[in-house]
Design a protein around this ligand. Structure first.
Ligand code: ZN
Length: 270
């Protein structure tokens, strides 16, 4: 599933091509993606100039004067820029046609979603309860420590809760906890403020590095030019079961936590 770095990579890859361009046509080829849009959405968006593309958690926000198109990529969604004469292929369920480029939404597993909101997009029901962004100034150890006070869940699941911090999924939660030297199944109750500070710091470092390298391609993720990300080569524990820990050479182990594969070094992470 695309996490914060992958969504941000897509945003950065498309913004300069599309900003200030008017929508010539909005095509929704699969009616599943109409569910949260207005019936006359094609007409509403026609001729509207794209003001900005922003991101909140794993959601991309296409801001127009009349409203905001919010896109969630789901498990396997991606957005690609193609040339104007492109004909939609299998799994390509929607497209935004601009004068010079076409933005195509591809989603083989169809867990992605489109939403439309006329007024303040951050108040949309999918966005209003999201937690802090890892790059917010007040995302720090103290914030995590306070949020963890009344919870009794493993730290990895805590980091993946979008109401606490947005954009961290299974891959980066494993990597952050490895960097912070904390066991993924450690109860949040047992984590000190000092360790929370370390976790917040590692989260920012890892997500920043992943954005710089264009995200991680684990299953189907590709960037806006159809290219794989580069960060998967830098992953240290995720998907590395049976391999040696890059720090201490102990064999990396994996187990299921909340139905998700979880990877850790039994020696470095305690
Ligand atoms: Zn190790």
């Amino acid at each position: 599933m695309p996490e914060l770095p992958e969504v941000e990579t897509i945003r950065r890859g498309i913004i300069s091509y599309l900003i200030n361009q008017p929508v010539e046509k909005f095509i929704i080829a699969d009616k599943k993606f109409r569910a949260h849009l207005l019936p006359n959405i094609e007409k509403i968006m026609q001729g509207e100039k794209l003001i900005d593309i922003t991101r909140r958690g794993k959601y991309l926000l296409f801001n127009f004067p009349v409203g905001t198109l919010i896109i969630h990529l789901g498990m396997s969604g991606s957005l690609c820029l193609v040339d104007k004469n492109h004909i939609l292929q299998k799994h390509q369920h929607a497209a935004l046609l601009f004068p010079k480029n076409t933005l195509v939404f591809t989603d083989p597993r169809k867990f992605g979603n489109f939403f439309w909101i006329e007024k303040k997009p951050l108040e949309h029901e999918r966005l209003k309860d999201l937690g802090k962004e890892p790059f917010d100034n007040d995302f720090n150890g103290e914030y995590l420590f306070q949020k963890a006070r009344n919870k009794k869940i493993p730290v990895k699941q805590f980091l993946m809760e979008n109401k606490i911090v947005t954009g961290i999924g299974n891959i980066y939660a494993s990597e952050i906890l490895f960097a912070a030297k904390i066991k993924p199944n450690q109860s949040v109750q047992k984590i000190s403020l000092k360790s929370w500070n370390k976790i917040a710091e590692c989260a920012r470092e890892i997500l920043k590095a992943a954005i710089v390298h264009g995200g991680s391609t684990i299953h189907t993720y590709v960037n806006s030019r159809g290219e794989s990300g580069g960060y998967q080569k830098m992953l240290r524990v995720y998907g590395k079961e049976g391999k040696k820990c890059p720090i201490c050479k102990t064999i990396i182990k994996s187990f299921r936590l909340g139905q998700r594969s979880t990877f850790y070094c039994p020696r470095c992470q305690r």
